[in-house]
Write a protein that binds this ligand. Structure first.
Ligand SMILES: [Zn+2]
Length: 323
């Protein structure tokens, strides 16, 4: 009788301690909630954070990241966020400040532990010489340098470093995991970038026209040349006079490809294409721009494939690469 009691108690104690060990780590392992402005940053945060993070990207990949409607539901996400990551410069200037105001979460404001400006340490292109306020008054929306730097996979490694630092700051106990994830993200980036460059090499130096100036970082990394834009200035809609200039230049220089993001109207690009016989190709500006572009690696895979297809369609002959 007594031994049965003891055995029952032992079983109970075992069950209770079992529950406690189950519950203990579950509470400690509460995931960090990372809110980012664009899906590319969320994808990199997932790569570095692994199972320790849950992410939410405010702008969808098929939306124009310069202009996002600051909905109250985004403020609620930011209210709950442990970490907020933005592209910075002036990309989100039109919509992030009001969202942060509304969220009332001091932990994710600039300067706080839970804030990341992903542009930190990123070498920027096209920093204009003029006064930013004046440039903005003239309608330019890239007044601190070109903010589309996530479109270079190697700069993606710097973004990953910035996010990694913040994750370690918030959860030093998970540092080993974050380190491991960061290393594997970086080696995959290096390996894939070499592969992508090699695939574009036969089309090296091919001149291209772009609608908006989103691509200088992609162009710097990969062998093709963007020589003109359909927008006369970033953010300024094309004028007939400017389109005439573009058409003339395209004819003179035998430019046969126009690239554009899915969220811009294709009207002007198609008009120019009709006059010049060029091919209009939609490239993805972000993760999620098209179905199947689910992470940061898919983004480049998709764009490189689309470019090569467009070059072929435009009848551009691949040059033999010397080995
Ligand atoms: Zn832009």
């Amino acid at each position: 009788m007594k031994s049965l009691m003891i055995r029952r108690m032992a079983i109970m104690a075992f069950t209770v301690s079992g529950l406690m060990t189950l519950q203990g780590p579950a509470v400690a392992a509460k995931k960090l909630f990372v809110v980012t402005t664009i899906p590319d940053l969320a994808s990199i945060a997932e790569a570095v954070g692994g199972d320790h993070v849950e992410t939410f990207a405010i702008a969808k990949g098929y939306q124009d990241p310069h202009f996002v409607d600051p909905k109250p539901s985004y403020m609620i996400k930011l209210q709950k966020a442990d970490l907020f990551v933005q592209v910075g410069l002036d990309l989100e200037l039109g919509w992030v400040p009001s969202l942060l105001d509304g969220a009332r979460n001091p932990n994710i404001l600039p300067g706080a532990k839970g804030y990341v400006d992903a542009s930190e340490n990123v070498p920027l292109l096209e920093i204009p010489a003029g006064d930013p306020t004046q440039l903005r008054a003239q309608g330019d929306i890239h007044v601190y340098g070109n903010p589309h730097y996530w479109l270079d996979p190697l700069r993606g490694k710097i973004i990953a470093d910035n996010i990694h630092r913040a994750l370690v700051r918030l959860r030093p106990e998970w540092k080993a995991d974050f380190n491991r994830n960061l290393q594997s993200f970086k080696s995959k980036i290096d390996r894939k970038t070499r592969e992508w460059i090699e695939r574009l090499q036969p089309y090296s130096g091919t001149p291209i026209v772009a609608f908006h100036n989103s691509w200088p970082y992609l162009e710097e990394r990969f062998p093709f040349d963007i020589v003109m834009f359909i927008e006369p200035k970033p953010g300024i809609p094309p004028t007939p006079k400017h389109l005439v200039r573009v058409i003339k230049a395209m004819k003179q220089n035998n430019i046969r490809v126009i690239i554009i993001e899915p969220y811009y109207s294709k009207k002007s690009a198609e008009l120019v294409a009709a006059k010049t016989g060029a091919v209009v190709v939609e490239l993805a500006g972000s993760v999620g721009a098209e179905p199947g572009i689910d992470d940061y690696f898919d983004l480049f895979e998709y764009n490189i494939n689309k470019l090569i297809d467009a070059f072929k369609q435009a009848g551009i002959q691949p040059r033999a690469t010397e080995d």
